[in-house]
Design a protein around this ligand. Sequence first.
Ligand code: TMP
Length: 208
Amino acid sequence: MSSAKFITLEGSEGVGKSTQCTLLANAIAGEFGQSLCLTREPGGTALGESVRSILLETTLPPMDAMTELLLMFAARAEHLSEVIRPALNAAQWVLCDRFTDASYAYQGGGRGLGADAISILENLVQNELRPDLTIILDLDVDIAFRRIENRGQTDRFDREKREFFEKVRQVYLRRAKQFPDRIVIVDAAASIEEVHGAVREIVRKRLL
Ligand code: TMP
């Protein structure tokens, strides 16, 4: 069995996920000495990035929730076959900025599609593959919401109401309880350095 690890980083808008992803990638490739494939969803392939543009575009008419879910999984299928599985097969660690837990949180929770439809697609598209470790950065919705409001440019998800992000957060917290062997919650209210320290230690303890 390959020793390559598949790590995903999750969290609602405004929790500092992209910054933490970069810092963790540097730690894995540097300090931990692992060959790393850093990627993201939706995206990570040419097709996936095109799908991402459609998903985040604010000038298109409102999108049906099921269409949104299927586009997420179409991009994911491509990502798995072109990037994630080849990297893991080549003994590279994969760090993915969001993965299927985001579909449970945003489409299942935020859009109200529920978990069953997502579970069917998860099994269909991923077969047995699940991340070895998922870290969810958690932050009070009001604080996260204020951070988003201060952003210059917003995408289709950033423009959702507070209630949407509350639902997203609740699904993430529920999933962490449901899958304690895989998912760890990190309090994102601390400083960038403190959050990074916590994330790095979780990866070290669980995967090295
Ligand atoms: P980002 O903010 O991490 O760049 O991700 C783009 C948006 O895509 C973010 O608002 C969350 C959303 N998203 C979903 O709604 N479902 C998914 O399955 C994924 C991967 C992302």
